[in-house]
Ligand binder design. Structure first.
Ligand code: G3I
Length: 362
């Protein structure tokens, strides 16, 4: 018996030495070589994703797709699943590009966020329809056709994007109905268009998780838009029509998550059982940037993710791109850029390290 015990101890010692040798011989342990945002986030039960664009994703010369599938486990199409891209004319659908992006995600065991079923932007020909009955049918047909095609492939949908626009002529009204964006959807379908879209989505794919997605709703303090968005979501939650809220998180380094009550904001959603995701994060900084700005940017990423991870209903952080080479910021915010985790040469920035550090230490 003692001889067998002795052999067991020897086996254990040899095995551990072998792994040490592997570590020292290779210079970095197998653990380090698999230390990616995706692997660490998965260990915490969190999705970490990025918006991607079709052209670089299928580029034969750029490291874009390799880095994307290695570092992230959630995908959202930056533009290619918006209304004008999928329904190119009345009841004419174009699937090729969206399908091949979805297939990349599925082939790499990635979750997918569908963005977006109803938005006032990039709605193509539908934005010219000025007929309530016709637009109602168009919306129903779009939601059913798209969601049924991707049922069991796309788990999360931004059903309605950016429907709150604070109406300063109704500043005394604390009813979110008075602060809905006066888009063509509102003009034709009235103040109930948001609920109508969620009713259609719930019927079209009961297995999907339905989100309301918006920007500028992150700060709790002195932020009417955040309050109206919360009202809209809690109203839908009470009717069983919504599952989650998407904080786009298009911010700069002036956003101070701790001072601005971000944690309190998240809590009022988790208190009513609403799932929380950061859906489009980027932290723009003045360009040309410098090490001080990159450090401030990294700290903003660090604080936002640290607070989000402290909320048990938080399930995903998605960046609006991952390399500064492909970001919407420079075209929309003159003088700003460098908003993401990798630079234009696909090298990791301090922001990448900050995100990794929070994921590992939380
Ligand atoms: O596809 C055309 C191309 O054919 C044409 O040559 C080119 C120049 O005119 O334009 C291309 O379309 C552009 C499209 O992005 C694809 O690159 C549009 O002009 C441009 O306006 C569009 O911008 C997108 C923007 O939404 C539209 O509002 C950005 O890429 C996209 O990042 C941005 O994403 C939104 C989210 O969907 C919602 N939250 C805010 C976020 C940032 O605005």
């Amino acid at each position: 018996m003692k001889y067998i015990y002795f052999l067991f101890i020897v086996m254990v010692l040899l095995t551990s030495c072998a792994s040490e040798l592997t570590t020292s011989a290779s210079g970095n342990s197998s653990a380090e070589s698999t230390e990616t945002l995706r692997n660490i986030a998965s260990q915490k039960g969190i999705y970490i994703g990025s918006a991607v664009a079709d052209t670089p994703l299928f580029s034969k010369t750029e490291p874009y797709s390799n880095i994307f599938v290695k570092e992230f486990n959630m995908m959202v199409a930056e533009n290619e699943m918006k209304f004008e891209y999928l329904q190119t004319s009345s009841n004419v659908f174009y699937w090729f590009i969206a399908d091949r992006m979805v297939n990349v995600a599925l082939a790499n065991n990635m979750q997918i966020r569908g963005h977006a079923l109803l938005w006032h932007n990039q709605s193509g020909w539908a934005s010219s329809v000025n007929n309530p009955a016709a637009l109602s049918n168009i919306l129903s047909n779009h939601i059913f056709t798209v969601m049924r095609r991707y049922s069991n492939k796309i788990a999360y949908w931004d059903v309605v994007n950016e429907a709150i626009e604070v109406n300063n002529s109704m500043v005394n009204s604390s009813n979110f109905y008075d602060h809905l964006r006066k888009s063509f959807w509102w003009t034709n379908l009235g103040s109930n268009y948001v609920e109508y879209a969620f009713q259609l989505a719930r019927a079209a794919d009961p297995t999907a998780k339905l989100f309301y997605n918006d920007y500028g709703i992150e700060r709790y303090n002195n932020n009417p838009k955040a309050f109206y968005a919360y009202q809209l979501v809690s109203n839908l939650k009470a009717k069983g029509l919504i599952d989650g809220v998407g904080f786009q998180m298009h911010i700069d380094t002036n956003f101070k998550p701790f001072e601005n009550g971000f944690e309190l904001n998240l809590k009022r959603y988790s208190d009513i059982g609403v799932e929380i995701q950061i859906t489009e994060m980027d932290v723009r900084i003045p360009v040309p940037a410098n090490s001080t700005l990159y450090s401030l940017q990294a700290n903003t990423y660090r604080e936002v993710l640290s607070i989000a991870l402290s909320n048990s209903n938080f399930t995903a952080i998605v960046f609006w791109g991952f390399t500064d080479k492909y970001s919407w910021i420079p075209d929309f915010f003159s003088g700003f850029g460098d908003a993401l985790l990798f630079n234009t040469s696909y090298q990791k920035k301090p922001s990448y390290d900050a995100v990794m550090e929070v994921l590992k230490n939380k």
